[in-house]
Design a binder for this molecule. Structure first.
Ligand code: FES
Length: 82
């Protein structure tokens, strides 16, 4: 069932119960966050909750693992890229 989430304030179509990391990897710029020390782009790597490369802010809560979270209608994602 199609749903809508928002990524950095922009609407994005997704399927109910798919993993958030899958949605983010489909984006034109598949970057999940910037490294806090050197600002290098980071993205999901292990896709099983081990590497912590997929951290994003979800509904105002920082440092959530996108690879273990299923999308919900209206979910707000902030990648902090700007
Ligand atoms: S991709 Fe490795 S913890 Fe999410």
């Amino acid at each position: 069932m199609p749903i809508e989430i928002h990524i950095d304030g922009e609407p994005c179509a997704a399927e109910a119960d798919e993993l958030l990391a899958s949605v983010l990897l489909r984006q034109p710029v598949p970057i999940f966050r910037k490294h806090p020390v050197d600002g290098s782009p980071r993205a999901a790597f292990c896709m099983m909750g081990v590497c912590f490369e997929c951290l994003v802010e979800i509904d105002g809560v920082p440092n959530q693992q996108a690879c273990v979270v299923k999308v919900r209608d209206g979910m707000q994602i902030n990648r902090g890229l700007s």
